[in-house]
Design a protein around this ligand. Structure first.
Ligand SMILES: Cc1ncc(COP(=O)(O)O)c(C=O)c1O
Length: 392
């Protein structure tokens, strides 16, 4: 099968599949709303995934599972092949999802009341995981350049370290600002954290969506001590409903502490279909993934053109990876609440900017993991939302 433009242009009808993105959105906002929010894609998973699930489903028992060597090996081979990271079997802890991993890492590495550094704007559950475990959010916001691109603010990180932060959560590549952190940037951050002996949790769920010439750098290729990385096939291959992710850790002390919290919470992984699907995706999904990345890169170019043409006052943050565009609409002068009301009325639903922190006021995040005709339609609806007066 060819995973070319026509393949991804075709997309698929998702209503009636218990899709959060489609079914939940249309239930709330009406049957014509175009959902461009939660981070999954309107494409089929690689054919090998469906074949593996169907083959396993044909056997009529769905009992307790055992994670086998070939499950781990598929992940090991994929990360070696695609990212040059060498993982040993013992480094891997399977978990139900990355957000579970964020929470377990916080519980394992800090005490109630401790400060945890995040860099807003960042994926909302970073903040929620810190607050939900009764730790304290210590924000070291990213800094925005003139063109809408973002950098780390190491001085702000150091301030929080001096103020006693005990852990840092990094999003690499970054959701929502689509930065793919370079080796130099990551090394500078690690050097700083090392001076204060503070561990790093690196959420690398978006690792596979990177646009050339940018290259994803796994934090574990730079440092093994005091680092835990969280990854999954779920974003990459559109498997989030199967609930499987991995914590990769080469630091035995941290790994043991993480597994202790996992046992204590009764968290167990090994969903029967997730194991089949993940193994198939990692072993047989490369051609599909290469096709997808090429398609997304073209979709980003299309989005940038459409924004220039139809939303002249908007700033689209340059995208280095992910399928999530960060749109600064502050020049239109609406509050976030007004933006959401206006877009709802115009029949399109984006992720509200403040999901990523207060710094996201006046922003929306657009999901371009969809056929390009949706992107065209979504931007046109956004234009209507922004231009329509308050006539009634
Ligand atoms: C940075 C980041 N981490 C974690 C997740 C969620 O992962 P999971 O479903 O495995 O908890 C997302 C989903 O959008 C994400 O963008």
């Amino acid at each position: 099968m060819m995973f070319n433009e026509e393949y991804f242009d075709e997309g698929l009808y998702r209503m009636g599949t218990r899709s959060e993105k489609w079914d939940a959105c249309r239930k709330e906002y009406g049957e014509n709303v175009l959902p461009m929010w939660v981070a999954d894609m309107d494409f089929p998973s690689p054919p090998a995934v469906q074949e593996a699930i169907l083959a396993r489903a044909a056997h009529p028992t769905y009992c307790y599972t055992e994670i086998m060597e070939d499950d781990d090996q598929a992940l090991i081979d994929f990360w070696q092949r695609r990212h040059g990271l060498t993982i040993a079997r013992e480094d891997i802890t399977m978990i139900p999802c990355v957000v579970t991993g964020l929470r377990l890492a916080i519980l394992a590495l800090t005490q109630p009341g401790d400060g945890v550094i995040i860099q807003s704007p960042v994926y909302g559950p970073f903040r929620m995981s810190v607050e939900g475990t009764e730790r304290k959010v210590m924000d070291a916001p990213l800094v925005r350049r003139e063109n809408g691109s973002y950098d780390m603010d190491l001085a702000a990180v150091e301030e929080q370290l001096k103020a006693g932060a005990k852990l840092m959560l990094l999003c690499n590549p970054q959701n929502p600002v689509s930065r793919v952190w370079t080796a130099e940037e990551l090394q500078a951050l690690l050097n700083l954290l090392n001076r204060y002996n503070v561990p790093l949790v690196s959420d690398e769920i978006h690792a596979d969506f990177v646009f050339a010439p940018k290259k994803f750098v796994p934090v574990l290729t730079l440092q093994q001590k005091n680092v835990i990385s969280l990854c999954a096939a779920s974003k990459t291959f559109n498997l989030a409903g199967l609930q499987q992710a991995e914590a990769i850790c080469k630091d035995e002390g941290i790994r043991e502490a993480f597994r202790y919290e996992m046992d204590k919470a009764g968290v167990r992984s090994g969903n029967i279909f997730a194991l089949e699907a993940t193994r198939a995706a990692y072993n047989e999904g490369d051609a599909w993934l290469d096709g997808l990345i090429g398609y997304l890169q073209g979709s980003y170019a299309l989005l940038a053109d459409l924004v220039k043409q139809h939303l002249p006052k908007a700033v689209l943050t340059p995208m280095e990876g992910t399928y999530l565009g960060w749109l600064d609409l502050r020049a239109y002068g609406y509050t976030t609440e007004e933006l959401m009301q206006r877009t709802e009325k115009a029949g399109v639903y984006f992720t509200v900017g403040t999901f990523f922190g207060q710094i996201g006021e006046g922003h929306l995040r657009i999901n371009i993991g969809c056929p390009r005709r949706y992107i065209e339609e979504g931007v046109l609806r956004l234009r209507v939302a922004l231009e329509n007066g308050d006539e009634e």
